[in-house]
Design a protein around this ligand. Sequence first.
Ligand SMILES: [Zn+2]
Ligand SMILES: [Zn+2]
Length: 152
Amino acid sequence: MSQSFDKKGRLKIPAREVPREELIVTKAMCAEGHDLISEEHKINGYPGIELAFRKLNGEEGVVVLSPILGDSTSVFLKGEVEEGETVKFLCFICDRELPILSTCDHCGEGYIYVLFLDDTFSFNNAITFCSKKGCPNSSIRKSDKIITALGL
Ligand SMILES: [Zn+2]
Ligand SMILES: [Zn+2]
């Protein structure tokens, strides 16, 4: 049987190839408008998203998240977070905690943090990530997807 048909004999329509640029965030701002994209710290070849974090025990650190949607690669510049650990995320420029959309619907422990993609500061044009390391929601995603998933 030809691979172009599924089990019921229907023609499989190949998924549209998404141009890579659509999947890479080139601007990510805190509520004060500080752009947290770091030209200095590239991840998988693209400028990463630099964030400060604070642990429950008060320890602080700095992490760079991958700017590629759905990619959970991250690099710690200072400090470390264990798998399964939940932290607070802050803007490394103004030191304010980033806006939170809700608790995570996936792990139930982390918070869904928000970074804005433009200066309308709309939750609808933003990216989100869960604050629990290792949660499938901890890689960045478009906020409209998560808003739909949460039924907000
Ligand atoms: Zn800031
Ligand atoms: Zn989560």
